[in-house]
Design a binder for this molecule. Structure first.
Ligand code: ADP
Ligand code: ZN
Ligand code: MG
Length: 636
């Protein structure tokens, strides 16, 4: 499979909603939570106090009791008569006494009240208020020293956590990373368990290969990427993919969620990061997986005021660690997020998460495969039509599809059947997808059709011109970036830096191809072309004003780049009149290409319908499929 080259049509914004902005996900990042740790401390103190009380009221008396032997009143009397009594304690209903040369305490019921005291005096007994129960020295230490020890220990830990932010931690793991370590036989998840997502798997396989055979890379002096960022909507299998990487590579797998870093005291997050990497270094080669990294990786706000200190400290520590570890050691840091735009740019710099692995919503085929993977765990009747199910839930994520299978199984059980049938699955679509459509960007049938025509419009115009990069992929699955679909072209010779006038005009035509198709087919136009228009206009303006590609102006620059450090704004270097003329030229240039695009599409109407039909069904088509369809002879 070809590397993702320069995506130069509509790379990330095609069919973007106008003025839509980001979908305000406002995910619960949960800043540093001060209530929870304090609550935890209170619990620790309560435990300590209860323990001390228990020792005092139950353990010690019980032990004391063990050392008290009961004796008969007769024995007591004979001891008195034999003058062997040493100490005596008289209570209302009992008598406790010890004998000479003997530590044992005896206890007996008190029967006679008269004359006892005199007889005891005569017998030479010593009266005491209380005969102390003799307890073994170990218990004496526990009784006296342990509570004190616990108090000191708690105080020490508390002060340490507060003053230096971290340290070894309460009860040994308070400051520890708490990262769960998985090894292969525990997760057992491999790439086979992840259906679809071929692109993501392809990119991750390289990392697995490094962990298998680091020597191969080291020998040639290659630096393997230290980190990869899995980006995609919720429930598309990012966590699953990370586990699969660990399963395939057969190395220890540390998994921790970004939110786990921020729920401790100030400074604890940073300490956890440090600890995590220390552990990882010991276990290398290994994989460190930070799920939901946006919880710590949000953009730092430069103004310093009102910032979230804890999160920034944690993020800084993470950056330091990622810079710090030796790239050849075999630690690979994977992270997942569904809000890539909110991440601090520092995280995306080379040497950190420089690889981006898009994990997008599954297409038709992907949905079928995911349903099949999860159907394996459930008993089903033999004649299930997964295609029909997949078709009925465009925009469903892997998690939702997995959930559907489960809902269907629940329904079967409720009806007292032992196998899931088609009807169960169809019903469960409703259950799982209800409310989902409102929440997420799921296209209506009509919208999906418009997007399909729009994208094929781009692709067809591109393919029907010379000097145009081949189409690599067309998709009408909404992207994380907010695009409702896109057409990707990849240059075969890789990047090239000089572009001819023909290439540029063709590019403008390609950019207008989407809107052209909409207009031709639906006799109306939508907001979906906003980004195309922006790109086409910029190109056209540059051609006229900077590249000297316009006959009327020739090689005269109408705009010059100002100080690049001040945002690189363009300044105009010409009169108002010239400017107005340039505007007209730009408009004309785009208009001409738009007309040309419409002409190309009108000439290839049959192909347009044919390819759209195919794309509409499959939702994603590759460049080869596209070329196949294009070169196929008409059946008529
Ligand atoms: P994310 O981390 O992207 O939010 P998860 O990896 O937690 O999503 O996915 C949740 C569940 O959905 C998975 O445990 C799995 O059961 C199911 N799932 C999601 N994507 C896929 C897929 N491509 N193939 C198979 N199962 C999937
Ligand atoms: Zn477009
Ligand atoms: Mg996840």
């Amino acid at each position: 499979m070809a590397k993702l080259g320069n995506i130069f049509d509509n790379n990330d914004g095609d069919f973007r909603e106008v003025g839509g902005g980001n979908n305000g996900n406002g995910g619960g990042s949960g800043g540093p939570n001060f209530r929870k740790p304090r609550k935890q401390m209170v619990i620790y103190w309560l435990i300590a106090i209860v323990a001390i009380l228990l020792i005092n009221t139950v353990v010690i008396p019980a032990l004391a009791k063990k050392n008290v032997k009961s004796s008969g009143y007769d024995e007591f009397l004979s001891a008195v008569d034999n003058r062997t009594i040493d100490e005596v304690e008289l209570n209302d209903t009992t008598i406790r006494y010890t004998l000479k040369n003997n530590d044992t305490i005896y206890e007996t019921g008190r029967i006679a009240y008269l004359g006892e005291v005199d007889r005891l005096y005569n017998a030479g007994a010593h009266f005491t208020q209380e005969i102390p129960a003799t307890v073994s020295p170990i218990w004496y230490i526990i009784y006296n020293v342990l509570p004190l020890g616990i108090m000191i220990f708690l105080g020490y830990r508390l002060s340490k956590t507060l003053s230096q932010g971290g340290g070894a931690g309460m009860f040994g793991n308070f400051g520890k990373s708490n990262a769960k370590v998985y090894v292969k036989d525990k997760t057992g998840i491999t790439f086979k368990d992840v259906a679809g997502e071929d692109e993501a798997k392809e990119l991750l396989k390289e990392m697995v290969d490094f962990l298998h055979d680091p020597k191969k890379y080291r020998a040639i002096g290659a630096k393997i990427p230290k980190g990869a960022l899995l980006v995609g909507p919720p429930g598309t299998g990012k966590t699953l993919l990370a586990k699969a990487v660990a399963g395939e590579a057969d190395v220890p797998f540390f998994s921790i969620s970004g939110s786990e870093f921020v729920e401790m005291f100030v400074g604890m997050g940073a300490a956890k990061v440090r600890d995590l990497f220390k552990e990882a270094e010991k276990k290398a080669p290994c994989i460190v997986f930070i799920d939901e990294i946006d919880a710590i990786g949000k953009k730092r706000n430069g103004n310093g005021l009102g910032g979230n200190d804890e999160r920034e400290q944690t993020l800084n520590q993470l950056l330091t660690e990622m810079d710090g570890f030796d790239g050849t050691k075999g630690i690979i840091v994977l992270a997942a997020t569904n809000q890539p735009d909110s991440l601090d740019p520092a995280l995306l710099r080379p040497g950190r998460f420089d690889r981006r692995v898009p994990v997008e919503l599954p297409d038709m085929q992907g949905r079928v495969e995911i349903l099949q993977v999860h159907a394996k765990d459930v008993k089903m009747t033999g004649n299930i039509n997964f295609e029909a199910i997949a078709k009925a839930c465009p925009g469903a994520s892997g998690a939702e599809l997995a959930n559907m299978i489960n809902e269907a199984a629940l329904r079967a059980v409720k009806d007292g059947r032992d196998k899931v049938n088609q009807q169960d699955l169809e019903e469960s679509i409703e259950v799982v997808m209800a409310g989902y459509k409102k929440k997420n960007k799921v296209l209506t049938e009509k919208e999906k059709l418009i997007v399909a025509y729009h994208e094929v419009g781009h692709a067809l115009v591109a393919a029907m011109q010379d000097n145009s990069a081949p189409v690599h992929k067309i998709t009408i699955i909404p992207r994380t970036s907010g695009a409702l679909g896109y057409t990707m072209q990849v240059d075969e010779e890789g990047n090239h830096y000089l572009q001819s006038r023909e290439e540029l005009t063709n590019k403008i035509a390609t950019l207008t191809g989407g809107r052209a198709a909409e207009e031709l087919i639906f006799k109306t136009i939508t907001t979906g072309a906003a980004n195309d228009i922006e790109q086409a206009t910029r190109l056209a303006r540059n051609m006229v004003s900077s590249f000297g590609m316009n006959k009327g102006f020739g090689m005269v620059a109408l705009q010059a780049k100002q100080n690049a450090y001040l945002g690189g704004d363009m300044t105009t270097a010409c009169s108002e009149e010239t400017l107005a003329r340039a505007d007209r030229e730009v408009i004309e240039l785009v208009q001409t290409q738009y007309d040309r695009a419409k002409q190309i599409l009108a000439d290839n109407m049959k192909k347009l319908h044919e390819i759209v039909k195919y794309l509409y069904e499959k939702e994603t088509i590759t460049g080869e499929e596209f070329m196949d369809l294009l070169s196929r002879k008409d059946e008529l």
